[in-house]
Design a protein around this ligand. Sequence first.
Ligand code: FAD
Length: 284
Amino acid sequence: MKFPAFAYVAPTTVAEALAALADDDDARPLAGGQTLLPILALRMSTPTCLVDLNGIDALKQITLGEDAVTVGAMVTHAGNAASAIHREHVPLLSEAVPFVAHDAVRNRGTIGGSIAYADTAAEMPLVALALDATLIIAGAGGERRVAAEDFFLGHYTTAIGDGELLTAIEFPLSTRRWAFEEVARRPGDFALVMAATGARIDNGRLVDVRIALGCIADRPVRARAAEAFLEGQAIAPATLGEAARLATADLRSHGDIHASADYRRDVGARLVARALNRICGATT
Ligand code: FAD
């Protein structure tokens, strides 16, 4: 199908983009277009104006700071995959981003578009939650910073308000070992379930444990009971197995045409086990 008619503006600064969004209540930001354009073609959305962010160079930077790596919203998945800064300081992002779609989509699709769209089956929202990222949002009232924990509100729903733009994602410099695991029908498909685990290993014990799951609820979730159980524990197969079981035991998972809720809980636990074993295996 052809797109519905819409006006098109191509700002070169964030201020111009915000002004264009403020001018028209039905305007929508256009990033890589890998999700938005198919939605328009299917007439699932009919915005009156597209505000194309591709000409805003300030949104395309990856910056290494003292405490964090700041990734502009318009950095593409391919740009993140190629980043040496990420490999050293945000290794979970480097490991997860090749699971996003295929080269053609990764060349155009952006981290900002992916996080703003908040598909529960998308990798970047899970990475943002697991890493305690801060989402930087610009609007008429200035800039605000939202913790990933408070940003994802449900299926396709985030803390970004009308007329606002996600401008950057700030990732704290990594101090943990990380592992990412995913099951999808075919390489490049959206995930059926995915898990990210992180920890430091101190004298054979796991500390600062982080376990997060994606595509298992209406937003990426932390497995807090499993994290608390593992904290300070010595590495042992039975302990890791129990943590993996706890990770999905109390989760209210969702079933859909792709996988049942039980499948997601069962496979989610297995992915957590695999990811924990990878982190710990590297020390033995
Ligand atoms: P767009 O499509 O341009 O925008 C998406 C939405 O976000 C729109 O509503 C737009 O208005 C809004 N938006 C965009 N940028 C901003 C911003 N800075 N501030 C506020 N709102 C904004 N993704 C995965 O994670 N995993 C996959 O396996 C995967 N497989 C795919 C397979 C195919 C065949 C295709 C076509 C896409 C796939 N995707 C997958 C989606 C892909 O990652 C997209 O890049 C991503 O979902 C949207 O990013 P985008 O830059 O293309 O955003």
